[in-house]
Design a protein around this ligand. Structure first.
Ligand SMILES: [Zn+2]
Length: 131
C-alpha cells in the first residue's frame, strides 16, 4: 500500500464535487461519487445510478473515461454521502471490472481511518479470469 500524494487529494475533491452537485436527497438515487485519473492527468467523474443491479459511480466514471478514448489509468476513488466525506471501497462487481480493465490502477481506500492506495489486482486476490 502507498500513501496518498497531493494530486490524490485533488482526485478525492473531484469525486466529492460530483456527488455534491448530484446528490439526490429525496430518492437517494445518487449517493456515491467517483473520480478516476488517467496517466495523462485527465480526470473523469461519475455518480451512481440506482437500480436493482445499479451502475456504480466507479462504473460510470470508468465508462466515461473509456468512451473518451482513455486506456491508461492511474488512480480511482469513490466517496459516499451528501458531501462525499466517506471514502468507500469498491463493491465486488467493481473490483472485478477494475481487475479486468486496469489491474495496475491504484484504488484509494480507507484502512482503519487512514487513506491508502492499493492496486486493483491486490483488491481482488484469486479473481475470476477469462484467460
Ligand atoms: Zn461497485
Amino acid at each position: 500500500m502507498q500513501h496518498l500524494e497531493k494530486e490524490d487529494y485533488d482526485l478525492i475533491a473531484a469525486a466529492q464535487k460530483a456527488i455534491r452537485l448530484n446528490y439526490d436527497s429525496k430518492r437517494y438515487h445518487h449517493t456515491v461519487g467517483a473520480a478516476i485519473r488517467c496517466k495523462n492527468g485527465k480526470i473523469y467523474v461519475g455518480v451512481n445510478l440506482y437500480s436493482l443491479h445499479g451502475a456504480c459511480a466507479e462504473q460510470v466514471a470508468i465508462g466515461t473515461a473509456i468512451t473518451n478514448g482513455e486506456r491508461d489509468f492511474d488512480v480511482i476513488v469513490a466517496v459516499r454521502g451528501k458531501d462525499g466525506k466517506e471514502i468507500i471501497s469498491p463493491c465486488g462487481n467493481c473490483r472485478q471490472i477494475l481487475h479486468d480493465y486496469m489491474p495496475e490502477c491504484n484504488v484509494i481506500v480507507s484502512v482503519l481511518g487512514a487513506l491508502k492506495k492499493i492496486t486493483a489486482k491486490d483488491l481482488l486476490p484469486f479473481s475470476y479470469s477469462v484467460e
